[in-house]
Design a protein. Structure first.
Length: 292
């Protein structure tokens, strides 16, 4: 038993989801996360808000969405599991997100959304903290343990460092909108997969459209890759302005290092500081910027 508990701890099982254990065998026809489905490849642009880069290749030239492995055939006499609702699942998430006229309504829709498998193992939805509308949106990777317990993004050690970084360029929590590319904690604080980020993307796009920021500060490689739709590493991306489309207008994006990385590599703080100075210069209307 002790060996099993140690194995669970190494796998990232650190918190109970509820006071009463969940019996997933009570509904044999529905496995945990069964509502989730991989996005289907599409050669046409989806309706609604989109986050795209100005240098992005046409959809037909980009790599197709990663698809999950083929599901095994169901046992005789039983209906297939609802794991392949590709067009309806993705379209349902997009339509639901587009129907939200406020962040409050968008959060309500996320609470009832079962299309991301991370929701099964997380304790809380971590939607955002900060202002409902802001000139700067800060987007990270995923909630961690402290965030999962608090139900808000960036409240742990990395979040505290983020607050100090923003304060150094004159930004308080009320001046920014802070969120992540996924809204639930991945098990063991691992990096969210592209499929998990894609499942949350319709809601993130609508969230950014409602917040209407002028600038986006992405934290770490996964966030920069998801927002900019690129495969380059963060050390190559950071310190250089990019542009994305949110709804009908362009937004400037500054990728920088994640505060959690800075806690492990304090010598990299000078690079993040240069990125923040570029953001401050842009906020102040200055055209000059420090070298990356």
């Amino acid at each position: 038993m002790l060996a099993l508990l140690a194995w669970w701890r190494e796998a990232g099982v650190s918190d109970a989801l509820d006071e009463v254990p969940l019996d997933w065998t009570a509904e044999p026809g529905r496995a945990p996360g069964a509502a989730f489905d991989w996005p289907e490849k599409s050669t046409s642009a989806p309706e609604g808000a989109r986050v795209t880069t100005g240098t992005q290749a046409p959809a037909a030239e980009r790599a197709p969405h990663i698809r999950g492995p083929a599901a095994p055939a169901p046992p005789a006499g039983r209906d297939p599991q609802p794991t392949r609702r590709a067009p309806t699942q993705v379209a349902s998430a997009r339509n639901a997100a587009r129907s939200a006229e406020t962040l409050v309504r968008l959060q309500e829709l996320l609470q009832s959304f079962d299309g991301c498998p991370l929701k099964v193992t997380a304790k809380s939805l971590c939607f955002y903290r900060g202002s409902e509308t802001a000139r700067v949106a800060v987007i990270g990777e995923a909630p961690g343990r402290e965030e999962d317990l608090a139900g808000k993004p960036f409240v742990g050690r990395a979040g505290q460092l983020l607050d100090r970084m923003l304060a150094a360029i004159g930004l308080a929590e009320s001046d920014v909108h802070i969120t992540n590319i996924v809204y639930w904690r991945p098990p063991g604080n691992r990096t969210p997969t592209p499929e998990e980020a894609q499942a949350c993307r319709p809601f993130l796009e609508r969230q950014l459209e409602l917040v209407a920021p002028e600038f986006i500060l992405t934290l770490g490689g996964p966030a920069a890759k998801a927002i900019l739709d690129v495969n380059d590493g963060i050390l190559k991306l950071r310190g250089r302005w990019r542009e994305v489309r949110i709804g009908s207008h362009s937004v400037r994006v500054m990728p920088t290092l994640h505060p959690a990385y800075l806690l492990r590599q304090p010598e990299a703080k000078r690079q993040a500081w240069r990125d923040l100075l570029q953001l401050k210069a842009a906020l102040d209307g200055q055209t000059g910027s420090p070298s990356p």
